[in-house]
Design a protein. Structure first.
Length: 181
C-alpha cells in the first residue's frame, strides 16, 4: 500500500490519520463521561491530565491531517455520478473537522482561563495564553460540553453513511478507508 493518496484511493497516511483520529475521539469522549461522574481527588486529576494531553494530541494530529489533505487534495468520490451527495459529503467532512478542532480548543481555553495547566503527557505544559477569568472558564466549559454532544450524532451519521455506501450503494467508499481497495 502506498503512503500517498491517488485520485482513486487513500494512501496509508490518510487511512492512519482517519482511524487514529477516530480512536482518539472515542477514547476522549468515554474519558470525558467518566470524568463527569468522578468525585474530586487525585485519580480524577490524573485522568483529567491524560484527557487534556490526549485532547491536545488530537488537535495537533488534526492540524497535521489538514496540512496533509491540503497538500494531497482529495481522491475522487467512489460514486462520481452522485454530484449533490458528494458535495454534501465534502461539507459534512469539513463540519466534522471544524468541530474536532473546536472541541480541544474550547477545552484548552476553559482550562487556561480556569487557571489550570494543560500538560502534554508530563513532558511539558502548554503556555498560558488566557489570564484567569472564571466567567470565561465557565463559558468555554459549557461550549466544550455542548460540542461533545453535537459530535456524537455527526459521527453516528458519518458511520451510517459509510455503511450505506458499502451495503446499499455497493461502492468502494468504506473499503478505501480501511485499505481494501
Amino acid at each position: 500500500m502506498q503512503l500517498k493518496d491517488t485520485t482513486d484511493t487513500f494512501g496509508l497516511s490518510s487511512i492512519l490519520f482517519h482511524w487514529v483520529t477516530a480512536l482518539l475521539i472515542i477514547g476522549l469522549f468515554i474519558m470525558g463521561q467518566i470524568l463527569e461522574e468522578m468525585p474530586r481527588g487525585p485519580e480524577k486529576g490524573e485522568l483529567m491530565d491524560l484527557h487534556k494531553s490526549l485532547g491536545m494530541l488530537l488537535l495537533i494530529l488534526v492540524f497535521v491531517r489538514l496540512a496533509w489533505r491540503i497538500m494531497q487534495g482529495f481522491p475522487q468520490a467512489a460514486n462520481s455520478s452522485a454530484t449533490f451527495l458528494n458535495i454534501v459529503s465534502r461539507l459534512w467532512h469539513w463540519a466534522l473537522l471544524i468541530i474536532i478542532v473546536a472541541i480541544p480548543v474550547s477545552g484548552f481555553i476553559s482550562s487556561d482561563a480556569g487557571f489550570s495547566d494543560v500538560p502534554f503527557f508530563g513532558l511539558f505544559t502548554f503556555p498560558d495564553i488566557v489570564s484567569f477569568d472564571h466567567q470565561l472558564h465557565e463559558q468555554f466549559e459549557d461550549i466544550h460540553g455542548v460540542l461533545t454532544k453535537i459530535i456524537v450524532p455527526l459521527v453516528l451519521i458519518h458511520v451510517l453513511a459509510a455503511f450505506k455506501h458499502h451495503f446499499w450503494d455497493k461502492d468502494a467508499t468504506l473499503k478505501r478507508m480501511i485499505g481494501m481497495n
